[in-house]
Design a protein around this ligand. Structure first.
Ligand SMILES: C[S@@+](CC[C@H](N)C(=O)[O-])C[C@H]1O[C@@H](n2cnc3c(N)ncnc32)[C@H](O)[C@@H]1O
Length: 227
C-alpha cells in the first residue's frame, strides 16, 4: 500500500476535523454536491440492506441515511472526524483502517465511499478488503478522481490528490473480484472546488454535465458487484 500518511494525520488534526463540514458541504453548492452523492447511494441500495460507509469522515452522508431509517454504519481512521459529526450515531461508528477493515468476511450487503480514493496512489488492497467484507452479489459504490489541479504536497490541504485513470480503477476492481456494472460522471470539477462556487454557477456546471465528454469530468462514480 502506498499511503499518503500526510492525509491520515491531516484528518486527525482537530482543527481540520472541526471545520470539515463548514468547508466542504455547508455552502449551497456544497449541499448540492452532497445531494448528488446521496442520490448515487440511494440508487444502489435500500434502507433494508446492511450498508457500511468507508472512510466516512464526519459521517455527513451516513448520518443523513441513518436519519431516514437506513441500517448503515460508518468507519474512519480519524476519531476526530467521527466526533466532529456530532454524537456516536447510536454506536454505528467505528474507528478503523479501511485497508484492514474491522469487519468479518461477508458482513455487508453494500459499501459506499466518497472523497477517499484520491488520497492513495495504490488501491488494490482497499478493493480487496471491500471484496472480503461484502457478501457475494453485494454492491460497492465509490468515486474516483480522474484529474485535479492539486498535484503538489500542499500542507494546508493535507497533501496532493492521487488521480487514477478509469482503466486502473477497473483493473483493481476486477482483480479484487468485482464486476463493474457502471461508471458515470459525478462532478465535472472536484467537489471541494465545486462547493466553493456560487450556487448559480454550480447549477450551470452540473446542469451542463451531459454536454461535457464523460472522460473529461473530474470525478466518476462506480458501481461494482462482488462476484
Ligand atoms: C476528504 S475526507 C472524506 C470523508 C467522507 N468520506 C466525506 O465524503 O465527507 C477523507 C477521509 O478519509 C479518511 N481516511 C484516510 N485514510 C484512511 C484509511 N486508511 N482508513 C480509514 N479512513 C481513512 C480520513 O480520516 C478522512 O476522514
Amino acid at each position: 500500500m502506498v499511503a499518503s500518511m500526510d492525509k491520515r494525520a491531516f484528518y486527525r488534526d482537530p482543527r481540520v476535523a472541526g471545520s470539515y463540514e463548514d468547508r466542504r458541504s455547508a455552502s449551497p453548492a456544497g449541499r448540492l454536491a452532497q445531494e448528488l452523492e446521496l442520490a448515487a447511494v440511494r440508487r444502489a441500495f435500500g434502507p433494508r440492506e446492511k450498508v457500511v460507509e468507508l472512510a466516512c469522515g464526519t459521517g455527513r452522508l451516513m448520518r443523513t441515511l441513518l436519519g431516514e431509517g437506513w441500517d448503515v454504519r460508518g468507519i474512519d481512521q480519524s476519531p476526530e472526524m467521527l466526533a466532529a459529526g456530532g454524537g456516536d450515531a447510536g454506536g454505528r461508528l467505528l474507528v478503523g483502517d479501511v485497508f484492514r477493515l474491522p469487519l468479518p468476511d461477508r458482513a455487508a450487503d453494500g459499501l459506499f465511499c466518497f472523497r477517499f480514493t484520491n488520497h492513495y496512489a495504490e488501491l488494490g488492497g482497499f478493493f480487496r478488503e471491500c471484496s472480503r467484507v461484502l457478501r457475494p452479489g453485494g454492491t460497492l459504490v465509490c468515486d474516483s478522481m480522474r484529474w485535479s489541479p492539486l498535484l503538489w504536497d500542499s500542507p494546508r490541504l493535507g497533501g496532493r490528490n492521487h488521480c487514477a485513470a478509469d482503466r486502473r480503477i477497473a483493473a483493481w476492481l476486477e482483480e479484487a473480484g468485482f464486476a463493474v456494472e457502471s461508471v458515470e460522471p459525478l462532478f465535472p470539477i472536484g467537489p471541494y472546488l465545486l462547493g466553493r462556487l456560487p450556487l448559480a454557477l454550480a447549477r450551470l456546471l452540473l446542469g451542463g454535465r451531459g454536454l461535457i465528454p464523460a472522460r473529461l469530468q473530474a470525478v466518476a462514480v462506480w458501481l461494482a458487484r462482488r462476484r
